[in-house]
Design a protein around this ligand. Structure first.
Ligand code: FMN
Length: 359
């Protein structure tokens, strides 16, 4: 019987337990997207996770949507990430990088001068983002031309190559939470009438092209994907998530992707509805590979998911943020530090590298 503390395998990758660190944006990189000098300490402190998935990391300048998030497309960024992966490996951990393009969830002040955010369709999100000036409404996006979509696929491939140079163990394609790939997948944000819009197959095309481009660099067994089929964060929605995501999960099964990482709760902030649970149960049946469940888990719920085969691993976001030694604490049945929301995004080492381990 699988258990949170038993080792496992994702394709060729061995993981020492099923307690994974969920991706967590911390907004402590430089304005040029270079991870801060404390990032290596922060991630190495959490190397007892079976797998660390980094904070979302933009694949290009155009893919940025929040102040001080890191990138993986310039030499300086790659050098800094290489120090992070070395520190994590030295501490006995494994680490994937989450590849991100925000699409319409951005603000002109965060993009190269004069550029507007881009999206499958020119529909502005009722959403906000963090800029140097604080929280603001996202800017009006413009619709991508087909040749621009293809150029973004190339940017993903480039970022995947840079991730390899930086020494990551694999990559996670961020297809969740209302960012560019999710904007293509779901029908309220994608109103295109060309090959990238309309039918489910067309709405899945961009994601699958990204996957296939990244698979030219990484073995499919080292490419995971993150989805949030029932989450409406960033003003997103689909009229038929069962069919839309079911089709996508099956296509990724054929491609032998490393894992699916599914945000099952409303970013952990609220319980999902019975209808959402039903959709998630249905979708679970559409994928028979390694499944990582996320959202509001604690020791008991996580063990129950593992024992029943509902998931092969659980990722913890806020609990890992506040507890660098989370696996040891869960195994000892120890109490957990509470996360301090005021230091989630931006700032210095406080609330970043100074959470205490168990005594
Ligand atoms: C501070 C913070 C930053 C986050 N950043 C990301 C991110 O970069 N990428 C992503 O896919 N999810 C991100 N999330 C969502 C988490 O990965 C996770 O889905 C959510 O916190 C629910 O899991 P939990 O209940 O274990 O915290 C973030 C959440 C928080 C609280």
């Amino acid at each position: 019987m699988e258990n949170l503390f038993s080792p496992g395998k994702i394709g060729s990758l061995e993981v020492k337990n099923r307690i994974f660190m969920a991706p967590l944006t911390r907004s402590r990189a430089t304005a040029d997207g270079v991870p801060s000098e404390y990032a290596k300490q922060y991630y190495a402190q959490r190397a007892s996770a079976g797998l660390i998935i980094t904070e979302a990391t933009q694949i290009s300048a155009q893919g940025k949507g929040y102040v001080d998030t890191p990138g993986i497309y310039t030499a300086d960024q790659v050098r800094a990430w290489a120090e992070v992966t070395a520190a994590v490996h030295q501490a006995g951990g494994k680490i994937f990088i989450q590849l991100w393009h925000v699409g319409r969830i951005s603000h002109i002040s965060l993009l190269p001068e004069g550029h507007q955010p881009v999206a499958p369709s020119a529909i502005r999100a009722k959403a906000q983002t963090f800029t140097a000036e604080g929280l603001v409404d996202v800017s009006e996006p413009r619709e991508l031309r087909v040749e621009e979509i293809q150029a973004i696929v190339v940017d993903y491939k480039h970022a995947a190559q840079q991730a390899k140079v930086a020494g990551f163990d694999g990559v996670e394609i961020h297809a969740a939470n209302g960012y560019l790939i999710d904007q293509f997948i779901r029908d309220r944000t994608n109103q295109r009438t060309d090959l990238y819009g309309g039918t489910v197959e067309n709405r899945a095309r961009f994601l699958l092209e990204v996957f296939d481009a990244v698979a030219k660099v990484w073995d499919p067994g080292r490419i995971g994907l993150r989805f949030a089929p029932t989450i409406s964060f960033n003003d997103i929605e689909d009229s038929n998530p069962r069919v839309t995501f079911g089709t996508i999960f099956r296509a990724l099964g054929k491609r032998r992707a490393a894992y699916l990482h599914v945000c099952e709760g409303a970013l952990g902030m609220a319980e999902s509805s019975p209808e959402d649970r039903e959709v998630l149960e249905h979708l679970r049946g559409e994928w028979d590979g390694f499944y990582i469940a996320n959202g509001g888990h604690h020791l008991e719920s996580a063990q129950q998911y593992l024992h029943s085969g509902r998931a092969q691993a659980i990722s913890f976001g806020r609990a890992f943020l506040a507890n660098p030694d989370l696996p040891a604490r869960l195994q000892a049945g120890a109490g957990l530090n509470d996360p301090d929301e005021s230091t989630f995004y931006g700032g210095d080492q406080r609330g970043y590298t100074d959470y205490p381990t168990m005594r």
